[in-house]
Design a protein around this ligand. Structure first.
Ligand code: FAD
Length: 288
């Protein structure tokens, strides 16, 4: 089995300590030679400036392709396109284009009166500039707001037809979940790569809460396994073993790319990458 191509997702640091942690994480993971790294855009557009700063700094210091996440939330079309243009001017030509999550407690997404109504509008406008490679989000277990699986897959096809070239999925815990989704996408005529999003589990309690919010189901066996591992202080060992097994299962089914949600922590992602045959590339080791 050949080693997969990988990419890493980070979030923008909000304090000096968090900046150091991101820096350390990038130092460990950049030498693995990711195809790209990406930086999220806080829910509600709350990290607009921090995302921009993190993206441009990583672009300058790592020499790696950096993708900026961009959402439609709380901004006019002009403001959103100005952000994108500032990226283009800084030499950043990859965007993960999303509708975005609204600010906490705001009761659901409401388009800004002068903003993009949905992700398809944003993707079309970005594609029209001709300046960006665009990726979009995808939901193997259905987005919580989608009426059903079929509508969700059809919407994904519309996003790709609007000008995106790849989709990155929400995280999931069983390979079968992704494989079923991949089949449904193929049946719907989607030919663009669908890249599985992989979440190494750093903190089981936090992951459970997050999973409930974004509609990722938790198999009972996984909950039991973490209960026991937490009692024995072996959760990192379990997390590495399970995440490696998930990646292995996907690779055996022909998956060629994996997108890791690093949560700005390098250890588990690094260990899993090593286990699936992705090792540091010497020429990149001094870059970060
Ligand atoms: P969409 O795919 O546009 O919409 C979600 C679902 O709602 C669709 O699948 C579709 O079923 C339905 N839907 C929406 N609009 C319509 C419509 N007009 N007609 C019919 N159906 C519709 N959030 C952030 O705030 N910042 C980030 O940086 C961020 N990064 C992410 C990265 C990845 C890889 C993923 C998977 C998600 C990320 N999110 C982020 C979360 C994302 O913003 C939320 O899941 C949000 O609720 C949906 O955004 P989307 O672009 O995927 O939405």
């Amino acid at each position: 089995m050949t080693a997969p191509r990988i990419s890493f997702e980070f979030f923008p640091p909000q304090s000096l300590e968090a900046s150091f942690r991101l820096w350390d994480t990038v130092q460990v993971l950049a030498p693995m030679g990711p195809r790209f790294i990406s930086v999220t855009y806080g829910a509600g557009g709350t990290t607009r400036d921090l995302t921009h700063e993190a993206v441009t700094t990583l672009h300058k210091t790592t020499g790696l392709p950096v993708a900026a996440h961009l959402t439609c939330v709380n901004a006019t079309k002009e403001e959103t396109l100005n952000i994108a243009n500032a990226y283009a001017e800084a030499g950043i030509n990859q965007i993960v284009a999303l509708r975005g999550d609204p600010p906490k407690g705001s009761g659901g997404f409401k388009a800004h009166p002068e903003g993009f109504a949905d992700s398809c509008e944003l993707i079309s406008a970005l594609a029209d500039t001709g300046k960006f490679t665009l990726r979009v989000g995808a939901y193997p277990e259905k987005h919580p707001e989608a009426t059903d699986h079929k509508a969700d897959v059809e919407w994904l096809k519309r996003k790709l037809d609007a000008g995106a070239s790849e989709a990155l999925t929400q995280f999931f815990f069983e390979a079968e979940t992704f494989l079923r989704f991949r089949d449904a996408c193929a049946d719907a005529g989607i030919t663009a790569p669908i890249i599985p999003g992989i979440l190494p589990i750093e903190n089981w309690k936090g992951v459970k809460k997050f999973s409930a919010a974004c509609g990722t189901s938790i198999p009972a066996w996984l909950d039991d396994a973490f209960d026991k591992a937490l009692r024995d202080g072996r959760q990192d060992l379990l997390a590495t073993a399970l995440c490696t097994e998930l990646c292995d299962d996907l690779l055996r089914e022909g998956v060629e790319d994996l997108h890791f949600y690093t949560l700005n922590r390098p250890e588990l992602t690094r260990d899993v990458c090593h286990a699936i045959g992705v090792t540091p590339q010497v020429k990149l080791q001094n870059v970060a």
